[in-house]
Design a protein around this ligand. Structure first.
Ligand code: SF4
Length: 614
C-alpha cells in the first residue's frame, strides 16, 4: 500500500490522527540499520494507549538503543478495521507503516482483562498466526507484560513469553537473547527454553496443566527445565532507572494529554481489594531531586502545560511537600500546572490543600470505597468517616464546591446497610456544606458518587472470594438509586455485565483460551467499550466451547486450591494473603507498611519501604 493510498483511505475514517503517525517525538530509524524490530502493541484505541505511561517509558527506552527500533501499534477502531478489510490492508505500525507480520517481536501490554479480544484481533489483522504453536520460527515472537500478566492463563495459548513485574530490565534481556538465538539459527523451542531461565520470563508452553473431576486444577507441571515458580522482576533503583526525556505528542486529543512524572512505585496501604497494591510491592520512591529534574525536562521538551505526579497514592510520597515547593519554583513562571491524581482522604492537610489549590482548580476526587466503617475495615481502607468529613470540610473551606467520591459494590461481606451507607454519607457531606458558615457564598454543592462493581483479583486477599452474580449486582444498583433522596448527590455506575466478564478472565485458566478465540470469531472486540460490548455473543462463545463462566466467578476457593497463577510468584506469600483474608472476615484492619511491616514477602528484594527505618 502506498502512502498516497493510505492518506486517501484515512480521509474516510472518523479520526485519521489515530493512524497517521509522524507526531512530534515519534522515532523514525533506517530499518536497514537496525537489528531488532519491536512492535509495541496497545490493545485499545490510540487515545487510550497514548495516555499510558508504561508504553511511553518502554518506547523511549527501546529506541534509545541503536540496534532496536520500537514502533507503536494500536487497535483500529471499527470504522478503520472495515476500511482495512475492504482494501486488503494488514494492521501496521505507526512509524514505518509496515505490517505487523514483518516485525521480529510483537509485544502487548495487558492493562485490563477486557482487552483480550483486541489482542487476538490485532494479531489477526496483522496476519500473524494466533496460536504460539503455529508460529514455528522466531519471526513474530509474541510477548506480553503489564498487570494482567500476573494471571495470563486465559491467553496463554497465544503468547510465547510473558514478562512478570516491571519491564525495563527483563524486556531488554529477552531482546538480547532473541538476537543471539536468531543470529545463530537456534530453534524457537530452544529459544523458549533459554528464555525461561531469565528471571521474570514466563513461558506458558513449558507448563502442563491437569484438572480434577470437579474442574479445579490438579497440578501445574513444569517441563524441559522450566522453574517451578517464576518470580516477578522489579527495578531496584528508580533514581537511576531509565525515564523518558520526551513523549510523543499526539495531533489529536487523547485521554490524558499531559506530561506524566512518576514519583514512586508500589503502595504502602494494603487495601485488600486492590491488585496494584500487592503486585507492585514494595514501595520504592524516586528522590524529590530526581522527580523535579525529570518533570522539568519533560515539560521543556514536550511543551506540555500540565504535568501529573503519578503513583498509586501520591499523597503518600514522603517528600511531597518539599517536591511541590521545588516544582512551584519553575512551574509558576513557566505556566505549567501540576496535578495530583491520586490523593487519600486521611493525609490531606490544609497545607497540602493550599499547594494543590495553586495547582489544580477542578473538583477533588477521593476514594472511600465503602459506605460504612465496618466495610471499610473489611477492605482495610484505613479511612474513617471523620477523616472523610474533615477532608471535605477543608476542601469546601478552601473554595471547592464539587467532590467526587469512588465506591465499590459487591465487596465481600457487604450488606444492604453498607450500600445505603454510601448515599447516606453523600447526604451528610451535602448537609455539612450547608451548615458551614464559611462555605463559598452563592454556590451550591455537588457530591458525585461513582460506584464500580467489585471484581476479585489474583494476588489479593480477596482472590478466594466469590463474585456477585448479575441479578444481585442489579438489585444492589437499584437499592442505591432508591436510597438517594437528594439531587445534590449524583450517582453513576459501571455496566455490571462487563464486570462479570472481567471477573471470569481475572481468575480464569487456560480453558478460556478457546472461549476468547471463539468470541473473536463471533465478532467480539473492544469489550471495555459499552457501545461495542456484546454480552449475548460472549455467552454464546462460552456455550459453544462448553465452558461455564459461573465456575470462575461465583465460587469461593479454599485456601488449599491450586489457583491458575499458583506457579507465578509476585512475592506476596499465600500465608500473608490468607491471614489478610481471615482478618477481613473479622473486619480487623492491618497497619500500612510504614506503621508496621507485615512480612508479606516483598522484603525478599531488600529494597524500598521494606528496609526503611521505622
Ligand atoms: S515486607 Fe513489610 S514493608 Fe515490605 S512490602 Fe511487605 S509489609 Fe510492606
Amino acid at each position: 500500500m502506498t502512502e498516497e493510498k493510505l492518506e486517501q483511505l484515512l480521509l474516510s475514517v472518523q479520526k485519521p490522527g489515530r493512524y497517521a503517525g509522524n507526531e512530534q517525538g515519534s522515532v523514525i530509524k533506517d530499518k536497514s540499520k537496525v537489528d531488532v524490530r519491536f512492535a509495541f502493541c496497545f490493545p485499545d484505541t490510540y487515545e487510550v494507549g497514548m495516555s499510558h505511561l508504561g508504553m511511553k517509558i518502554l518506547y523511549s527506552q527501546f529506541n534509545s538503543k541503536d540496534h532496536i527500533w520500537c514502533e507503536r501499534v494500536f487497535a483500529p477502531w471499527v470504522d478503520f478495521e472495515e476500511v482495512m478489510r475492504k482494501n486488503d490492508m494488514p494492521l501496521f505500525a505507526l512509524e514505518s507503516h509496515d505490517p505487523l507480520y514483518e516485525f521480529d517481536i510483537i509485544g502487548f501490554t495487558l492493562q485490563y482483562e477486557l482487552c483480550y479480544t483486541n489482542v487476538l484481533n490485532m494479531l489477526r489483522l496483522g496476519r500473524v498466526p494466533l496460536l504460539s504453536k503455529d508460529r514455528t520460527s522466531l519471526k513474530n515472537l509474541v510477548v506480553a507484560g503489564g498487570p494482567c500478566a500476573c494471571n495470563p492463563e486465559p491467553i496463554a495459548d497465544f503468547v510465547d513469553v510473558f514478562f512478570l513485574g516491571e519491564g525495563e530490565e527483563v524486556d531488554l534481556e529477552l531482546i538480547e537473547l532473541y538476537r543471539e538465538c536468531r543470529d545463530n539459527g537456534v530453534s524457537k523451542e530452544e529459544f523458549l527454553r533459554r528464555a525461561a531461565e531469565i528471571e521474570g520470563c514466563y513461558v506458558p508452553a513449558l507448563y502442563d496443566i491437569s484438572y480434577n473431576e470437579d474442574k479445579t486444577i490438579k497440578a501445574i507441571t513444569p517441563k524441559d527445565g522450566a522453574p517451578e515458580k517464576v518470580q516477578k522482576r522489579i527495578i531496584k533503583d528508580l533514581d537511576n532507572c531509565f525515564y523518558p526525556e520526551t513523549f510523543v505528542t499526539p495531533f489529536i486529543e487523547i485521554i490524558h494529554d499531559r506530561a506524566v512524572q512518576e514519583v514512586f512505585r508500589g503502595c504502602i496501604r494494603g487495601c485488600r481489594f486492590c491488585q496494584a497494591g500487592f503486585i507492585y510491592r514494595p514501595v520504592r520512591e524516586k528522590s524529590a531531586e530526581t522527580v523535579n529534574r525529570q518533570a522539568k525536562c519533560l515539560c521543556e521538551n514536550t511543551g506540555y502545560e500540565e504535568i501529573s505526579l503519578s503513583s498509586l497514592s501520591t499523597s503518600d510520597y514522603t517528600q511531597l511537600e518539599e517536591l511541590l515547593g521545588e516544582m512551584l519554583d519553575w512551574s509558576d513562571s513557566q505556566k505549567v500546572s501540576i496535578s495530583l491524581p491520586s490523593l487519600r482522604v486521611d493525609n490531606f492537610s490544609p497545607e497540602l490543600l493550599e499547594k494543590v489549590k495553586k495547582i489544580k482548580k477542578s473538583g477533588l476526587t477521593f476514594a472511600p470505597e465503602a459506605g460504612t466503617q465496618r466495610l471499610r475495615d473489611v477492605i482495610n481502607k484505613n479511612v474513617t468517616e471523620d477523616e472523610i468529613m474533615r477532608t471535605c470540610y477543608t476542601a469546601f473551606k478552601g473554595g471547592y464546591t464539587a467532590v467526587k467520591l469512588y465506591f465499590m459494590l459487591g465487596l465481600p461481606t457487604e450488606t444492604d446497610e453498607d450500600l445505603v451507607g454510601i448515599t447516606q454519607l453523600g447526604q451528610r457531606i451535602v448537609n455539612m456544606f450547608y451548615e458551614m458558615p464559611e462555605r463559598p457564598k452563592g454556590k451550591g454543592v455537588n457530591v458525585s458518587i461513582s460506584v464500580s462493581t467489585f471484581v476479585p483479583k489474583p494476588f489479593t486477599p480477596f482472590q478466594y472470594e466469590p463474585q456477585d452474580g448479575l441479578s444481585e449486582v442489579e438489585r444492589k444498583q437499584k437499592l442505591l438509586v432508591e436510597s438517594n433522596t437528594t439531587k445534590k448527590v449524583t450517582l453513576s455506575w459501571h455496566d455490571s455485565k462487563t464486570s462479570i466478564l472481567e471477573g471470569v478472565f481475572a481468575r480464569g485458566d487456560r480453558r478460556l483460551c478457546a472461549v476468547i478465540a471463539e468470541a473473536v470469531k463471533l465478532g467480539c472486540k473492544f469489550d471495555g467499550w459499552g457501545e461495542l460490548f456484546d454480552y449475548d455473543k460472549w455467552m454464546q462463545a462460552f456455550k459453544n466451547c462448553g465452558v461455564d463462566p459461573d465456575f470462575y466467578n461465583h465460587r469461593a476457593r479454599s485456601f488449599d486450591e491450586i489457583l491458575p497463577w499458583s506457579h507465578l510468584d509476585y512475592c506476596v506469600s499465600d500465608e500473608f494473603l490468607q491471614r489478610e483474608n481471615r482478618l477481613a472476615h473479622e473486619a480487623a484492619t492491618t497497619p500500612n507498611c510504614r506503621q508496621k511491616c507485615q512480612n508479606c514477602g516483598a522484603n525478599c528484594f531488600k529494597e524500598g519501604v521494606c528496609i526503611e527505618k521505622r
